[in-house]
Design a protein around this ligand. Sequence first.
Ligand code: PEP
Ligand code: MG
Length: 871
Amino acid sequence: MVQYIYTFNEGNKGMKSLLGGKGANLSEMTNLGLTVPPGFTLSTESCKRFNESENKLWPELKEDIDKHVKQVEENQDKKFGSIDNPLLFSVRSGAAESMPGMMDTVLNLGLNKDSVEGLAKTTANKRFAYDSYRRFIQMFADVVMGIASVHFETILEQFKSEKNVEKDTDLEASDMERLTEEYLKTYKREAGEDFPQDPYEQLYRAVEAVFASWNNERAILYREINEITELLGTAVNVQTMVFGNMGDQSGTGVMFTRDPSTGENKLYGEFLINAQGEDVVAGIRTPQSLEELNDIMPEVYSELKTTTKNLESHYHDMQDIEFTIENGKLYFLQTRTGKRTAQSAIQIANDLYKDKIITEKESIGKLTTNQLEQLMHPTFDEDGLANAETIATGLAASPGAATGEIYFTAEAVEKAVTEGKQAILVRQETSPEDLAGMVSAQGILTSRGGMTSHAAVVARGMGKCCVAGVSALTVNEVDKTVKYSGGTLTEGDIISIDGSTGKVYTGEITLSGAKFDDNYKQFMGRVDKARELTIRANADTPHDAEQSLEFGAEGIGLTRTEHMFFDEKRISAVRKMILSDTTEERVKFLEDLAVMQKDDFVGIYEMMKELPVTVRLLDPPLHEFLPADEKEKSKLADTMNLDIEELNARILQLEEINPMLGHRGVRLAVTYPEIARMQAKAIIQAAIQVKKEKGYNVQPEIMIPLVGEIKEFTLIKEEIEEVIQDELAEAGIQIDYLIGTMIEIPRATLIADQIAEEADFFSFGTNDLTQMAYGFSRDDAGTFIPEYLEKGVFEEDPFQSLDIEGVGQLVQLAVDKARKVKPDIKLGVCGEHGGDPKSIHFFNEIGLDYVSCSPYRLPIARLAAAQSEIK
Ligand code: PEP
Ligand code: MG
């Protein structure tokens, strides 16, 4: 028989997929001997069965729930829903992957007309008992019946204004009792039925609602955005209530074992005295910082500190912990790996490693490639900041900087962004409904709520800049205004916000690039030690080469020589060469180009010194270099002594119906071998010069593109070998050069063994390989791939992340065939996929020697390669 329910001492932290993250960790903490209020977890498998049984609990499951309730009753010596010493439960969702605030929670479950009296008696606190009951009615109404909380909140507000008090805490026991009566009436009116008094019925219905919340709109959207797939559903945790709202010796809080923004090694968090957990998370009351707990309850603080640090060591990671203090006794309600900023992640990885809490390898797994990308996020330009006007300061909730127009709803932000604007979402406080707007916005600003409010937590997870709880700003979402001491902002006004300092500025401030500090260097040092895969850069100029070295390149994997042709000073020579009528004429213009190309290569070699540099012979169709507008054409006709008709006729001759599959790559070299010869000469002459002048043993690797037939390769190889040998003989010098090819035509993968016999190396051109494997034109696929993604035909754009199933097979086939005839052949990738973490993992697994990507992707590729190694 399938076990659907587990008590907290039956599970452990390894059972996340079955018990959800929260359930697995409640079990782990229970087994570690922490004070965890007892309870049980309904597994994700039971959620799956629930979803398959028309959203109804089945009779055996109800019996099983009853049995587990009885166990807790015995263990606690309390009775569920009874007037004598009543037992109450919280019911919370908890999926295998954390989805903060996305699903539902019900607290104080088990209260009814009897047990509320019982609770008043056992706690000798009638006010507290009725306060709990009215909260329960509101939550149950919201979660189970979908009745908007505003119905209840209005009653509370009215009540307070009638009594002329400001805070909830100013209401007395009799007020709470009367409020409860009003709430029960409102419930009946809105639900069309009495509030259920049977505690078991309350429990079944709450469990059903939490299971059903797995498929509510915001949970589905959250899973989509975070690419969470293949989970069965949510688990449900039914746990004995402990009360943080029992008076001055009670409270509730949320904390991290280290600072989630900076990574600093100190307890970091917030708490509220005399409150329930939801008050902290919802951002309704502004909480106190955790350090103040040390003044109020020093013993509790000290216990909290010791226990949470132990938890951190036990879990080998920074923890995010929820606790409740009930009459001076500390309870742990949740622990999980804490979400953190990129800056914090790298600091924590370094510190945990230095403190020997984690190994060198473990430390590499503590920063995701997405976080590393965030580290490369911009900050405000120093000069811009110096002149900016600060209008308020709030909490530095999620670092980074943003500048843009202010909008007050998620929809308005989305609209502005589709119109090409930069938008900042401004709200009093965000809720899960704002998610789509938060995704689109450049940054998020709220006037209420703390570091653990919805806005702060979600923004950090997204790596989006957020300033929260700016109480000096009055945000009016209806009038669409923000009032500050010096004036009023309206929709569309531009502001700038700094999520690392909490500062809010009027107007635009220029952003500048990320900085790489010592922490980054230490971390990347371990990353580079752990990986096997070499990382090279796609770089076309000495400047690109210089940047590549800064980002950690170990060579250049692709220099697209055509990019050098587009230079303003050269394009005219290139055009004349292309439009030449005879080979002699073409060779003459090529001689001019050879001088310029040689200079480019000298610059690159000098930068890369003895690291390998792969230079690709001309690849694009020649037509791409020709002028399109009439003025340019007539200028060219003049310099070539042609009349315009003649020039147009030659241009027309070069036009192609389908240039992507036309006269390009090695095909150009077959028809115009003089172009390949010129390039080979420039490549080798530059190498000779740098070796002579600088003494560097330069490593040029000449690459022939778009080969699909072995004879294409051998023909061009012979041509360029001849030039190279002549040059070397004349110079009387040796250069360690290689001649290889790109594998980017499906046929090339099928005859890879033949090609490997002749080629010194392969570099997979996965852009063209994807194009030709799918038959999708690279130039046109952008118009329909979004639709493919939307309709779920593709999970990812195959031009961004390698189609491992199909194109991956072609790569694998070529690798196997090539290695069979030449075991040590050098194999790499230079398509865009060389910078994509998932693709890199695949390339590493099939044993490629290197990947090559654009300079800004290099750190990400290095980390992805290291993480692939430790997976
Ligand atoms: C490729 O096709 O993957 C490649 C790197 O070449 P290009 O993008 O220049 O065609
Ligand atoms: Mg290509």
